[in-house]
Ligand binder design. Sequence first.
Ligand code: CAO
Length: 490
Amino acid sequence: MALKKKGNRAKAKTRKPQAKAKAKAAAKKVAKRAAKPAAKAKPKTKAKAAANGLPRPSTKPYGAAGKALDGIKVLDFTHVQSGPTCTQLLAYMGADVIKVERPGVGDITRGQLRDVKGADSLYFTMLNGTKRSITIDSKNPKGKEILERLIKHCDVLVENFAPGALDRMGLTWDYVHKTNPRMIVASIKGFGPGRYEDCKVYENIAQCAGGSASTTGFRDGPPLVTGAQIGDSGTGLHLAFGIVCALMQRHLTGRGQKVLAAMQDGVLNLARVKLRDQQRLAHGPLTEYSQYGEGIPFGEATPRAGNDSGGGQPGWILKCKGWEKDPNAYVYFITQAPVWGAICDLIGKPEWKTDPDYATPPARLPRLMQIFATIEEWTMTKTKFEVMDLCNEKDIPVGPILSMKEIAEDESLRKTGTVVEVDHPVRGKYLTVGSPVKLSDTVPAVKRAPLLGEHTDEILTKVLGYSTKEIAEIKSSGAITAPEKPAKAA
Ligand code: CAO
């Protein structure tokens, strides 16, 4: 930056005579406009930007100055859901994600829950878009050699193998760090260090161990897991955050580091309000839980709260017109205190505005279920979208229960790029979820998922610089191809 500054100053000197004439003309204009403060402000901002060590603010239109993670190269060893969610987000934001898969096999999800014969499943394709796929047998000596080149080339290695699997491949932290001291090694595991650290973990195990299942469901029923994949996709998001932080810190230290996102920790982070309630229990009942209004005593642990809103504003799921046939004809209704009067007027109970049994939030707490039953009598006369429109006109917070069919067809989600249709050479068109986070200066790259090993040759030649002769040797070594199947008779 300092050099640049000097250069600019030197240029300014040589252009002095020309600049003088221009300045005179400009001065006249400026005087006319009497815009002195604005003229002064300009150099100030420039000086600030330079002092920060940042480049000058781009003059390109927003969205045309590249992507947030341009230039970041990711060695992607992830599989199933948690890890792939993370690397897909990095790819959307511009990182070059090179997914390493076992020759002939690939990520196990390619073949799981298949809906189109012979095509990679939606499970795989919706989690691996915008990545490149290379097949490498990481246990083959030639394969190890290729991996070493990739480690030298990349900035981040991401994996979510079972505990110990990466070390068994020989890719220990010591080895990776020695090979490329700038490499960030990011891992998802089920548990952090402790008594369960060696356990394999899937989504629902994480939901149970992270405190979500014990606090989800109805009081008189068993613990419940949620449909949202907070253990897998949630932890993938956490890991992506950790990776971006490590990349930022690398600017300061010049070295990589280990990043660990444990699924139990990720779920707990998302369920933190329930740990809040656990501590509140020591000081009395949780008055916003409908259990309180029903006079049911609390136990030692945060209970399951059904559809209670969880915040300080009571809420519940209510039936709407058509609920008898449509399992999603429901609305979430919140009796937010500031709009209580509007709610009373809308549902035809204006007397509740002044009735001491209903007028204040504390008075309403013991009779929440009766209040929601009365509101439901009103919501059942309207469709969920009519309830949405009528309530939002009055600033009352409600939300329709949207089915996945409705979400898939939602025009605004398509427009914002949250739901994206991509085309796949084998399965044809399919829907995927684009970036859930929008940056005003990055247009996410949402592309189809790669076929198994689709980019093997391209990566070997263009990224790693192997010659045709070397590639022939690699191919005959079995490092990138599936072992021949033995003949049937044998
Ligand atoms: N070449 C050669 N071998 C490869 C390879 C490659 N390219 N890619 C993977 N392998 C091998 C691994 O080395 C490992 O072999 P060893 O166990 O002999 O060392 C083997 O494939 C399987 O790896 P794994 O143990 O991770 O896979 P699994 O199916 O048995 O377990 C899972 C899956 C998800 C339970 C486990 O990976 C795990 O607990 N991961 C961490 C937590 C996690 O992410 N869970 C969420 C999963 S999404 O629901």
